[in-house]
Design a protein around this ligand. Structure first.
Ligand code: TRP
Length: 475
């Protein structure tokens, strides 16, 4: 029955087109901007190790499940979930999973676009030589005054949102599919060049040690006021959440991309390629950024500005720095661009399917709404930097609007979505259906996958959640 279902939104031209698009979705700001800064905030090596374990035992099986659901349902996540649930004799309420995903994608894009706007702005700054010969203080100062100017941030956020909607309106299997083919390898090459520079700094050893030498004390405990160590499960949840974020999982993006996948492509092999490329880019970014951080006496825990306060130092001092810097930020913008379209694609397909809108109108409607919501993030870096939306919760009391949005989406909504996807694929769908769709035979590989989605993912997500929620005390 699944063979005859076709997506009304089209199909990828080949398995490779899907791999490219899904890699384009996975590799983005999450790898180059977010991974280094949360690693720096959470003490380095042990955090990286937990993140890698989460990718291997949770991210990969969930990605396979999500692609599988998408390809079997071939509709927007809500309609796919409803169809497949009815097919399995379960309740149509599973469509709510699709709704939560649409909301998560919307919220993420609202701040993702603002940060991508920073990258856009830095294309020009690097290009005109703003960072030539700058000191660490100078670079930090430039970044701070950039953040302090809401109109500037608004301009770049607007530009990026318009770029995103232009592609979404034309359909994702159009031009971007081709662009990703050149841009991803380009990004990889420029990171290798920067790695060469990082090797030449005297911070390389320290940077790599920070990134790969696990210190579980730094991960699991924080030091309280009187010097006593307090158990702190937050960073483990952040690592888990980031595994979902970086692979674009838990909200239907990969599901909707899977719905355009030809029926004969191997889901497992495809998943390994995407997850491998994504992890490689993140680790490479860390190996470039931390040596520069240590060589210049910067703080690894500088937060969201880490990338923008460290790399410009390299561009200001290396040969051809302005050239490589401009190229780097251009590629970063493209990586963000190919990610952002997947954040809004589920919402747009739903407007097309259920409200009879054409793609252009649906894109404009969603784009404007998301842009407006993004103003919260724009202002959270300047005029509203002291605003706290949920001061009554300990976990949220010190979080700006941007930090709160990031926490709610990456640490709560995506793992929750992933948990439900695992339960659906492992327990609700009949094993004949999943075995048929994954097409891995009945051997060890299939049984391993089934055990991971049935037991490992649900238990891991629930345990980490329960621990983290313990610290969400009303107080
Ligand atoms: N994975 C992207 C990144 O690392 C961001 C992203 C795109 C995403 N689509 C998503 C995150 C869907 C969560 C869900 O930059």
């Amino acid at each position: 029955m699944s063979e005859i279902r076709e997506s009304v939104h089209g199909q990828w031209s080949s398995r490779w087109a899907f791999v490219l698009a899904a890699t384009g979705s996975a590799v983005g700001l999450g790898n180059i901007w977010k991974f280094p800064y949360i690693t720096g905030e959470n003490g380095g090596g042990a955090f990286v190790l937990v993140y890698l374990v989460c990718i291997a035992i949770i991210g990969i099986p969930i990605m396979m499940a999500e692609i599988m659901l998408g390809r079997r349902g071939r509709q927007s996540p809500m309609n796919t979930m409803r169809t497949l649930a009815l097919e399995a004799g379960s309740t149509p309420h599973w469509a709510w999973l699709g709704w939560m995903g649409v909301l998560a994608g919307f919220l993420i894009l609202s701040y993702y676009s603002v940060i991508a706007g920073w990258a856009l702005a830095y294309v020009f700054r690097t290009g005109i030589g703003t960072f030539d010969g700058q000191t660490a203080d100078g670079v930090a100062h430039i970044f701070q005054s950039f953040l302090a100017d809401p109109e500037g941030l608004l301009f770049w956020h607007t530009l990026f949102m318009v770029m995103t909607m232009l592609v979404v309106a034309r359909g994702v299997s159009g031009g971007l599919e081709k662009a990703v083919k050149f841009l991803m390898p380009g990004l990889f090459v420029i990171l290798l060049i920067l790695l060469g520079y990082a090797l030449s700094t005297d911070g390389f050893g320290e940077g790599v040690t920070f990134l790969f030498k696990p210190d579980f004390d730094a991960l699991l405990f924080k030091v309280g006021e009187d010097g006593v160590k307090i158990w702190n499960p937050g960073p483990v949840l952040t690592a888990l959440g980031h595994a979902f974020f970086t692979l674009s999982l838990g909200m239907g993006a990969i599901m909707i991309y899977g719905s355009y996948l030809p029926s004969n492509a191997s889901i497992a092999r495809t998943t390994f390629i995407i997850a491998g490329a994504d992890t490689a880019v993140a680790l490479l970014a860390g190996m470039v950024i931390f040596p520069i951080v240590f060589a210049n006496g910067l703080e690894p825990s500088a937060g969201p500005g880490l990338l923008f306060q460290s790399l410009p130092l390299a561009f200001g001092h290396m040969p051809w720095g302005a050239f490589f810097g401009t190229l780097f930020f251009i590629l970063l913008v493209f990586a963000a661009w190919s990610s952002s379209i997947s954040l809004i694609e589920p919402a747009v397909t739903w407007l097309v399917e259920n409200h009879g809108m054409d793609r252009l109108k649906a894109s404009v409607v969603m784009g404007i709404a998301c842009w407006a919501f993004g103003l919260l993030t724009v202002f959270s870096f300047n005029v509203w930097s002291d605003v706290r939306l949920l001061p009554m919760f300990e976990t949220f009391a010190d979080k700006s609007i941007f930090d709160l949005l990031d926490y709610l989406t990456a640490n709560i909504m995506l793992p929750l979505g992933g948990l439900l996807i695992a339960i659906f694929a492992g327990w609700v769908m009949r094993t004949e259906a999943t075995r048929d769709e994954l097409d891995m035979g009945e051997g060890l590989a299939y049984r391993l996958w089934l055990a991971l989605v049935r037991f490992v993912t649900p238990v891991a997500v629930i345990v980490v959640f329960l621990h983290a929620i313990e610290i969400i005390n009303v107080g």
